[in-house]
Design a protein around this ligand. Structure first.
Ligand SMILES: [Fe+2]
Ligand SMILES: [Fe+2]
Length: 355
């Protein structure tokens, strides 16, 4: 399922891409034949409306580096600089991953599904802007990613189309909530607005919201993705995977959130709650985030993950490290299993009733 190519050589001013782990954003490929054969008739009207919105291109003039960017950023130094560059890199890779997948889908569907091909092409346009804007921000810190090189050397993971529909939907919606929560927080606490990119997040997140709505229409056009027990189990699985990854990465990068004046645990929980609530409109279930064990168990996973990271940084040899990590990995999996087993909320029953 996974192909790995040789590592890139390091060039001056070009940042060597961060090491890939289970938690780093990945590049995906999928079953293009299945995508071309999708019967979209159940959501044709919604998709045509989304296409019209995408064509309108509301953010055409949004991603402009105005004069606020034109200054030296040397005063952001030490740990703050490292944490911020890491945030920019991770965000850039994740936007670029969306670009590559959408571009490829658009190319492969051109002949057989022109409606989808155009939608994917317009989503690729947005993601290219987002990735490019983040990469230019990295340039302000005298580093940038060679995205052409990254395309060649990164691992591509194959996901069946159904998994792509669930996970991209969730990643667009969680992206929306992450951007908008940071934006609103900085509106209220401008003393933490240490770099102008955050001012761009309000309109930026609307792109992600639209992308999410397109994936919602695709999901709802396929009844087998929400009207049976298997789809309920998959939905729970993907919701939990995306939320657990979020909790772990936010706590791993706590110093970045402190820079913004955000409390990492609070930020994480707010993002997870909102994304879960939103996902209830597309998925047959949502998770019970208010269950007394839900967040505490995710927090346990995050604490174990931080211990694992500490072991990785230690000087012990590989075997010793692995033996020390094993009980922690088991504890993470056990906690995730217990969260998975918390009874979810049936959203199909709620649908149609006023919430
Ligand atoms: Fe994006
Ligand atoms: Fe997006």
């Amino acid at each position: 399922m996974v192909n790995t190519l040789p590592q890139p050589e390091v060039k001056p001013g070009i940042k060597a891409p961060a090491k890939e782990t289970v938690l780093t954003p990945r590049f995906y490929t999928t079953d293009f034949e299945a995508a071309a054969s999708l019967d979209l008739s159940a959501q044709e009207k919604e998709l045509q409306a989304m296409l019209a919105e995408m064509r309108a291109d509301y953010n055409r003039h949004h991603f402009v580096r105005d004069e606020e960017f034109e200054q030296s950023w040397e005063h952001i130094d030490g740990e703050a600089r490292r944490a911020f560059i890491e945030y920019l890199e991770r965000s850039c890779i994740s936007e670029f991953s969306g670009f590559l997948l959408f571009k490829e889908l658009s190319r492969k569907l051109k002949q057989r599904s022109p409606l989808l091909a155009e939608i994917f092409q317009l989503m690729a346009r947005d993601e290219a802007r987002h990735a490019g804007f983040l990469n230019k921000a990295m340039g302000d810190f005298k580093l940038s990613l060679d995205l052409g090189e990254v395309t060649k050397v990164r691992t591509y993971t194959f996901f069946p189309l159904e998994w792509v529909l669930y996970t991209v939907y969730l990643s667009e919606k969680i992206g929306y909530w992450r951007y908008i929560i940071i934006y609103h927080h900085l509106q209220k606490h401008s003393e933490h607005q240490f770099y102008p990119i955050f001012r761009k997040f309000e309109s930026w997140c609307q792109d992600e919201n639209r992308h999410g709505d397109i994936f919602k229409a695709l999901l709802r056009s396929q009844p087998q993705l929400w009207n049976n027990w298997r789809s309920r189990l998959w939905s729970r699985f993907f919701l939990l995977s995306v939320f657990a990854t979020h909790t772990l990465t936010v706590h791993e990068r706590a110093s970045f959130y402190h820079l913004l004046g955000l409390e990492p645990t609070e930020f994480d929980q707010q993002v997870v709650r909102n994304t879960n609530e939103t996902a209830g409109r597309a998925f047959p279930v949502m998770l019970n985030t208010e269950h007394p064990h839900f967040f505490p168990r995710l927090q346990n996973c995050s604490n174990y993950n931080l211990k694992i990271a500490e072991i990785s940084r230690s000087s012990s040899n590989k075997v010793v490290k692995f033996i020390r990590k094993l009980p922690l990995i088991t504890a993470i999996l056990w906690n995730l299993l217990l969260v998975y087993l918390i009874k979810p909320i049936d959203t199909e029953v709620l649908r149609g009733t006023v919430r």
